[in-house]
Design a protein around this ligand. Structure first.
Ligand SMILES: Nc1ncnc2c1ncn2[C@@H]1O[C@H](COP(=O)(O)OP(=O)(O)O)[C@@H](O)[C@H]1O
Ligand SMILES: Nc1ccn([C@H]2C[C@H](O)[C@@H](COP(=O)(O)OP(=O)(O)O)O2)c(=O)n1
Length: 228
């Protein structure tokens, strides 16, 4: 069933450093929508595995433990939150250790199935609509989204953006780590990073963040107008 004009669902996918989080938060805030960072959920389950002594390279062990952590995402775009078993996970999920292990954990089908169910229930509860960002939102999690965006940017631009965030980090090493993670995320069997056939691709390499936000806001408004 098509959503009402007020209840628009926007899926924003793409590799790391293309601007998904910054764009999604800003678009949601401007349009009065909720916001969900699905990468934060995969990071949260990875953090739980590490702190609970689960060998993240052992897919069977990860699958067995996948249902244990309770992950709760707060969807206010101006102050998104994430807790695991009631603990604030927003800091620990951004460490290098979690970043280097999240692809292995998120490739486990049991993990994807649990997190996908959680994402769908959050989207269903967002009465006024939501912007959901990730890797497989348009293809798998919300294939009926009203608007699908696939953000891209050159590896150089993405690495420069990421190393700008991580003080003192080397752009070359960041670029190599990004390319390795993209390859792992794109080649896994279960819902890999991919552009949905009906997604609008936006190359952000030469665009400012404000230009990307404006572009997505315009696309949402066009969808809303077309739905009237
Ligand atoms: N179009 C852009 N131009 C320059 N910097 C950008 C652009 N989009 C995002 N950034 C910056 O790049 C970094 C990564 O953006 P982020 O939104 O976290 O990307 P993603 O969620 O895709 O990994 C942030 O510091 C953000 O401010
Ligand atoms: N929908 C999603 C979102 C993220 N993931 C996995 C794959 C990604 O490498 C990690 C981390 O995602 P996140 O969006 O936080 O990564 P970046 O901030 O873009 O570097 O989670 C996924 O498998 N499916």
């Amino acid at each position: 069933m098509p959503h009402t004009v007020e209840s628009v669902i926007v899926a924003i996918d793409g590799p790391s450093g293309t601007g998904k989080s910054s764009t999604s938060k800003a678009v949601a805030a401007k349009l009065g929508l909720r916001y969900l960072d699905t990468g934060a959920q995969y990071r949260a389950i990875t953090w739980w595995m590490i702190t609970n002594g689960v060998d993240v390279e052992d897919a069977q062990a990860v699958a067995t433990a996948a249902g244990k952590p309770v992950i709760v995402s707060g969807t206010d775009p101006t102050a998104p939150t994430i807790t695991v078993d009631g603990l604030d996970a927003s800091g620990p999920i951004r460490t290098q250790e979690v970043t280097s292990r999240v692809s292995a954990v998120s490739a486990v089908p049991e993990v994807r199935s649990i997190i996908t169910d959680l994402q769908r229930s959050i989207a269903a509860q967002a009465a006024g609509g939501i912007v959901v960002e990730g890797r497989d939102i348009g293809t798998t999690v919300l294939p009926d989204a009203d608007l699908k965006i696939f953000l891209t940017a050159s590896p150089e631009a993405r690495a420069a953006r990421r190393s700008g965030e991580l003080k003192g980090s080397d752009v070359h090493a960041t670029r190599e780590a990004l390319i390795k993670r993209d390859a792992a995320d794109s080649s896994r069997k279960t819902s890999p990073l991919a552009k949905a056939d009906d997604a609008v691709e936006v190359d952000t390499t030469e665009l400012t963040l404000d230009q990307v936000i404006e572009c997505v806001v315009t696309l949402v408004e066009e969808k809303r107008a077309a739905g009237k």
